[in-house]
Design a protein around this ligand. Sequence first.
Ligand code: FAD
Length: 401
Amino acid sequence: MSKVVVIGGGASGLVAAIEASNQHEVILLEKNDKCGKKILLTGNGKCNYWNHDMNISNYNTDNIEALNSIISKNNQKEVLTFLEKIGIYPKIKNNYYYPYSNQATSVRTLLLNEIERKNIKVIYNFEVERIIKNSTGFIVKSDCEEIACDKVILAAGSKACPKTGSDGSGYDLALSLGHTLNLVTPSLTPLKGEETYFKEWSGVRCDSKLTLFIDNEKVSEEIGEIQLTDYGISGICTFNISGLATKGLEQKKRVTVHIQFLPFLTTSFYDWFTRRDEEIPNHTIEELLESLLPYKLMFVLLKKANVNREDEWKLLPESKMRSLASMVEAFELEITGYLSFDKAQVATGGISLSEINPNTMESLVIPNLYLVGELLDVDGKCGGFNLAFAFISGYLAGRGI
Ligand SMILES: Cc1cc2nc3c(=O)[nH]c(=O)nc-3n(C[C@H](O)[C@H](O)[C@H](O)COP(=O)(O)OP(=O)(O)OC[C@H]3O[C@@H](n4cnc5c(N)ncnc54)[C@H](O)[C@@H]3O)c2cc1C
């Protein structure tokens, strides 16, 4: 039996501690006066903790092979069984898993109950400032206390949503032990631009297809709801492309988004609208667009295309027809910024996954050190992928130790 210290009482650390306690003495150190603060905020308070389709394409990472092995079908099965065995009964909606109660607090409570049941010692208000490796193991230090142990699981999270405790100190601890930190930027966050028309479209929610271009190269595409705001764009679709966008901006690249406001179209807007105009004759352009676009958005698009809403489509000069078509199907938005870590749900980038043994989450740099959760260079789209990775990686470390 070894003495194991787990640093961080979030989703990954709680699971790691529970699993490691099957064979070892475990001490969990949490800088807050409570564990799992972030869990309570997830899924708008409902905790979307898993996804039925855990395909690798839902993640960003620096090592796809290692991630594939971590989230293997077998590991998924084991961790889902683990979650059910501690008492989480799932409700599955469009592939998204929630606790049946629809309460994030249920997930935190059940994890904490298990911590208590396993007699795991939790020390609150213990902010780890240093980890020292010595010949027998590790010394884990706060500003006034220190604990000697054989093995350490570092589960201190990223720097997204720092009010929950994850302020990036985990990166410093891993760096001090010789690990590599890949560029960290916010993800699952709104994107900003500098256009004057933002005030006019603010408040609109609509279905669309977003295509992200970095230095004019297409890198990602998402279909779903977006929100048009007074600073730019938000909503799940925006969140899912935001990690690549924030990275591009930090690397001083040109970041643009093309918005197709009628994503159901299978032909060009020009052809489709011309047919629509023939099928519904004697209608103004506004009448033809009436049931397709919210007014605020329609008026911005017409203004930018320099088209009068009372005009008739067939009487427009070709150039204006083409201009309106491009506004509707490939509206170009220059992205110049993003809402920062305070508003972001996760961080993209982190400690390189290439420095981790994917079977056990043990460091390939320092033996007996394990790294798990969002601290690592793994982040997922909206839909439960991030908590699922936190749970699986925590479980593998606890089991592997
Ligand atoms: C608003 C919001 C909504 C989200 N919704 C979802 C969702 O619906 N589905 C989903 O899958 N994901 C969601 N996420 C992301 C998900 O919550 C995280 O990816 C996941 O919780 C990460 O778990 P973790 O254990 O790696 O880190 P964290 O949960 O951040 O835990 C890290 C813990 O370590 C502690 N700590 C940090 N540094 C130290 C230190 N030096 N010493 C001691 N303790 C320390 C922190 O206080 C914290 O308790 C959401 C995130 C946010 C912010």
